[in-house]
Structure formats: C-alpha cells, structure tokens
Ligand binder design. Sequence first.
Ligand code: MAN
Length: 352
Amino acid sequence: MKIYRYEENPLITPKDVKPYHPGFEVIGAFNAGVTKFGDEIIMLLRVAERPISHDPNIVKAPVFNPDTKEVEIYEFHKDNPNYDFSDPRVIKYASKDKFAYLTSLSYLRIARSKDGRHFTVEDKPFVYPSNHLETFGIEDPRITLIDDVYYIYFSAVSPYGVGEAMVSTKDFVHVTHHGMIFAPENKDVLIFPEKINGKYYALHRPVPKSNGSPEIWIAESDNLLYWGNHQFLLGLREGMWDDGRIGGGAVPIKTERGWLELYHGASKDDRYCMGAVLLDLKDPTKVIARSEKPILEPEADYELEGFFGNVVFSCGAIVEGDIVKMYYGVADTSMACAELSLSEILDSLTYL
Ligand code: MAN
C-alpha cells in the first residue's frame, strides 16, 4: 500500500503552541480531532501542559479544581516507594495497576488551516476541563458533523476514572456541554455521521475489569445522549500487532462496500499502529473485513521518538474522492498527516 507522509510533517509540534498556564510547558500537541469547517480544515488539538520542574527528582501532577477554577500542583519525590514513575505519562500506585495522577493536564485547542498542511494555533483553549469528572484533563477528541452541528467528544479524566464526555458547536465559538455519554472506563468513542435504520450508532471501547479486554463495542441511540443495545464488535488478535488494546480512530467513513473504520491497535508492549475494519453499511454491528497488517505503523523518526515513542494514533481523517488524508498524533507529542488511497485500503482487507 502506498503511504504519502507530508513533507511538512510533523505539522504541529509542542514548540508551535504557547503554554496557557504560567510556569507550565507544552509537552504535547497531538491526537487531534479533524473536520472541514467552511473553507478551513480545523484540527482540535489535545494540548498537554506540564508544570516545569527544576529538580529532576521531583515529579509534578497538575489537577484542575472545578470549585476555584485553578490548577493545583502536587509534588512527588521519585524516591517515594508508594508510587511508580516508570511511565512518563502517569504516576502509578506501586501496589496496584492504577494511576493516581497524570503528569500533564490536557485540554482542547483549535488549529486552523486552508491547505491542510500549514496550521495556525489559537491562543486560548477551546474546550477546557469544567467539572469534577475532568480534573485530570480532557483528551483525544473526535468530531462528527451531523446536519449543521459538530459533535465533539473526548476522554474526561478524573480520580473517578476515564469516561467519554460530549459538547457540541455550530461555529467553533459557542459550545454546549452535554455531560458524560459513556461512563468509566471508556474511551475512543466514534459517532457515525448519519442515522442507520433510524438509529444513531457509536463505537466505544470499555475496559472490562474482572475479565475481558480493551476491545471495540458498538451501541445505538435515538438522541446521541443515551446509548443502549451495546454489542461486542471487534477483539484483540493474539500474537498480532493489535493484541494489547484496540479502539476506534477516525469517524467511520461511508463507502460503497461498507463503513470503513480506521482504528488503532497496540501490541502488548505499547507499539501503536493504525489498521482498518469494514462494517456492513445497513447493519454496522456486522464486521465484513479487517486488516491483517497495519495500514500505518511507526517508522518515521517523529513517530518513533517523543514523549511516548512508537505511536501513531489517528482521531480523524478527511476524505476527498479516493484520497484519505489521515491526521494522526505521533509519539504522544506532535501531529502529522499521511495520504492513503481509499480503494487500496479496501482492497487490502481480508474479507471474513
Ligand atoms: C493513558 C494514556 C495517557 C492518558 C491516560 C488517561 O495512560 O493514554 O496519555 O493521559 O491514559 O486517559
């Protein structure tokens, strides 16, 4: 399969984004939702900011306080035996496989472009944590346009867990909050851009606890807010590139052969690739075909190295004829884009 990575990659890096919080540094501008808006392409960036630490033995954890609207900073010494600091993204409890804090606070910021390659990042956040379910930040937005409303949904992270919250806008200025649409632990929601047989559909990715794995489910709704009839859709594949965790990536693309979903799959050692799955046009709970091999894997230097390397992670694509412009976060640090051929992706799938 031919993959054309833009010469301008990475398109946006943390250096292109001014910190919003005094005393903080931007460590990530990545995993952006993408949409067309008038004659612009809008990227809704996940911007991750971290309090600057002058002592390498001190790890800081920023937490948004919804009552005061301030960000509070907690400090941890790396010698503290109660915590595990081996994953740079989180401060884990030493005694259990859970995180206590994140090391950065994420929020959503708009970047605009006319050509899809050169972006201007706005100065202020567009969606910022606003309640008790978002105190550790909001992450990895996706944007689905239905009629003239842009639905934006994202991971909301707090001590209560990671769930999926939704807002909507018509103009990328005014925002309506709709609250949490999928309770913890759930991420990687992807709302289909139109009703199918009279229902809205969404992919989602629960993380079952007592048994089960982080795999892709599908649900339906009459109103985009209340989701039901949950069904298991797509699982991990032992020994393959997607045997650790999988989740939806870009908003499902309607093609003649079915709904094409570009999803991410991570191996057990956290190497994130993009693959594709094809769902029945009239009944998206049916899987028709799936990638054996990734359609994109971390190979370029900016994909291999960064805050958390070996990651390509798409939250949105723009389709023009046969061209799929897949925007994707690289190494939990920056944004890149690659063009692929829609028909080549469809031809590369293994039909079940
Ligand atoms: C994982 C990673 C992080 C993210 C947390 C919370 O550890 O995806 O980037 O901040 O989950 O969602």
